[in-house]
Design a protein around this ligand. Sequence first.
Ligand code: AMP
Length: 220
Amino acid sequence: MALNLIMLGPPGAGKGTQAERFARVRGIPKISTGDILREAVQTGTEIGRRARAIMDRGDLISDDVIIGIVEERLNRGDARSGFVLDGFPRTVAQASALDRIMNGRDPLIVVDIVVPESELVRRLGSRLICESCGANAPIDGDGALTMCPRCGGRLVQRADDDEAVVLERLKVYHRQSEPLVEYYRARPTFRSVNGAQTPGQVASDLASAIEAAVAPGVPR
Ligand code: AMP
């Protein structure tokens, strides 16, 4: 059975870190719409040029554009044996498009990562990403890192982690993305995980939650 996982949760909940870790362990692709868009901005494609200002002010890219990107990506061969989606869906319209795309495939496993707002603001204000490869630098490591532990690139603040933009992104989350929890909650493959723990503890809770969600006997 293919493991088709989506992660819900506000910006700063750790979706990217957990998605990356889980995808690596399971050998399935991690598909992050934020990463795809940041790459498009960096390489200066048409979509990237239009997305830049929207991302810089903390708003969402239009549903049509992002659904098109995700549909194309999920139809590539490597996603047939499973995937971890990070940052999609973010609106109810995206979630219902995803249900259409998933028609005839194994069910979605939906994990909501829950973190208190004060902790999110703290994390987003202090996180750094690598300018070259886009990896998140660990926040709670030993002392301040100056170089990417993965590729040696320079660590910088994300343009949209600026304080005013963070507050806007959290507002956008509450308004547009939080309703997704209600959209998915009644499904037997929905689980919540406490994200206010160390990354290792969250990863272990996430693995147990997913195991429980796909256990035989869980109706789908
Ligand atoms: P992220 O790295 O997931 O925090 O995404 C960074 C930014 O990319 C968001 O603030 C949005 O502007 C844009 N973005 C990423 N995913 C989506 C999506 N599913 N729908 C609309 N905009 C998105």
